[in-house]
Design a protein around this ligand. Structure first.
Ligand code: SAM
Length: 198
């Protein structure tokens, strides 16, 4: 049943964002970059006037991150994280020299402390634990333009990071500082959640 619904209603992240982002040449912030696969899609599809990329590229030792893409394990270590970062810088070097791409090797919390830009799109895909996502939404609300959109990855993915993303969205809905304008459900198969500030 799940497979059939997925087959019928699957939508990719870029198409979903395109349908909900009206601005041309948007200013975009992506939190959580990994190898930069999605960053490359963002620049190719939206021709942003500015693309800001934030990730600490740290291999964390804490047990909770052991099976994640950024834990210290057989899958990842600090050398691998350094390689991801160096490859990304190499890929975007032309855009960086033109000041169209900025790469911040730091956590989103550290980034927001010094940020002064306003964004048309903020894509949240960093640390997926509830407290982190809750803070990423809270900080994003300060820097999203009035008609901008905030998109969260891995929404409604049952059991994923103890449902941190879904719980953080529900937390802010209860606080009444966000409005959900689109979310994953059986007829919208993409595990994204798009919110706007109220
Ligand atoms: C799921 S991956 C990102 C995938 C990427 N957005 C994509 O779609 O290709 C999560 C990333 O979040 C990063 N991360 C972990 N903690 C973070 C934090 N506090 N702030 C920003 N990024 C963080 C990790 O280093 C990892 O690269």
């Amino acid at each position: 049943m799940k497979k059939i619904l997925k087959f019928l209603f699957k939508k990719n992240r870029i198409d979903l964002i395109r349908q909900n982002l009206i601005v041309k040449r948007p200013v975009i912030l992506e939190i959580g970059i990994h190898k930069g696969d999605f960053s490359k899609q963002l620049i190719a599809n939206f021709d942003p006037s500015k693309l800001v990329l934030v990730d600490p590229w740290i291999a964390y030792d804490d047990l909770i991150y052991q099976n994640s893409w950024y834990g210290n394990s057989h899958k990842s270590n600090q050398n691998i994280q350094d390689e991801y970062y160096n490859n990304l810088i190499d890929y975007f070097k032309k855009y960086i020299s033109e000041n169209r791409v900025e790469v911040h090797r730091k956590t989103s919390d550290e980034f927001f402390l010094k940020n002064i830009n306003l964004y048309d799109l903020i894509y949240i895909d960093g640390n997926h634990l509830f407290e982190f996502v809750k803070r990423d939404i809270f900080n994003s609300l300060k820097f999203i333009k009035d008609d901008g959109i905030i998109v969260l990855d891995d929404y409604a993915l049952k059991g994923w990071w103890n449902d941190g993303i879904t719980k953080a969205v529900h937390f802010h809905e209860k606080e009444q500082n966000i409005r959900v304008i689109k979310k994953h459900n059986i007829f919208e198969y993409h595990h994204q959640c798009i919110i706007k500030k109220i």
